[in-house]
Design a protein around this ligand. Structure first.
Ligand code: MN
Length: 244
């Protein structure tokens, strides 16, 4: 049995139809790590999050638009152009249900931000407008599988264990970042301009968020599969517990 990894999706509102979608890189990366990817559509019914949790062994919160600033109690600045409140509430419900049921979680980019905001943390709405001396984090003209900036990984973190290093070159495609880290999390990776590039839950065995996009690196730089393997491994042990 392969562990089932639920991947969240976005609502693609084209003029005539609304589609549910996600980058195929997430699917490829979960497959490469030995998981069974299933896509989780944004649904309005608040109870559905709990039902989805009964069919998945691991949760992958995918990247996407900004989290609505109201989630952390702020009005938006002009750099926040796009959010999707339906997706926010669905993903926050999913994430909280996952925590309650000890389902392992990997949050990517927006996923990290959802996790932090869901537990009471705050975000920079736009690092370029709200932080001084910020370096590049959103190279719009480079391919997404470009290693762009370095991150420093905290000793004894899950990330340090996975990648067996304290420095990593990663891609970067974000204009927001975690600001105040929720009490249940600790920041475990930083860029040289001190932007939070990863968070980990202090108590749960595998609830990890990264600000970069490992899913877009797994083909060109296969060592990034290790992060997905860690999610799949954590999900495998949960699957066994469910069956026993
Ligand atoms: Mn970055």
């Amino acid at each position: 049995m392969k562990p089932v990894i639920g991947i969240t999706t976005y609502l693609d509102k084209s003029p005539q139809k609304v589609y549910a979608g996600v980058s195929n890189s997430y699917i490829h990366s979960v497959l490469a790590a030995g998981g069974l990817p299933v896509l989780l559509p944004v649904v309005d019914d608040q109870d559905m999050a709990a039902y989805y949790l009964t069919v998945i062994d691991g949760l992958l919160l995918s990247g996407g638009e900004d989290v609505c600033t109201m989630v952390y109690g702020e009005n938006p600045i002009k750099e926040v152009e796009m959010f999707c409140p339906e997706r926010d509430s669905f993903e926050i419900n999913l994430f909280c249900a996952a925590l309650e049921q000890n389902v392992p979680v990997l949050g990517i980019c927006r996923g990290l931000q959802v996790m932090n905001a869901a537990l009471g943390g705050t975000l920079y709405q736009d690092i370029f407008a709200q932080r001084k001396n910020v370096l590049g984090h959103l190279p719009k003209k480079l391919p997404v599988d470009t290693l762009y900036h370095t991150i420093t990984i905290e000793e004894k973190s899950i990330l340090a264990r996975i990648f067996e290093t304290d420095e990593l070159r990663v891609n970067s495609y974000h204009h927001q970042a975690a600001k105040d880290v929720a009490q249940s999390f600790k920041a475990t990776a930083f860029s040289t301009d001190n932007i939070i590039e990863a968070i980990e839950h202090k108590e749960k065995p595998f609830v990890v968020g990264v600000q970069w996009h490992p899913e877009d690196l797994t083909i060109k730089y296969p060592h990034f599969i290790k992060l997905f393997s860690a999610l799949v491994d954590a999900a495998t042990s949960l699957g066994r517990k469910k069956m026993s």
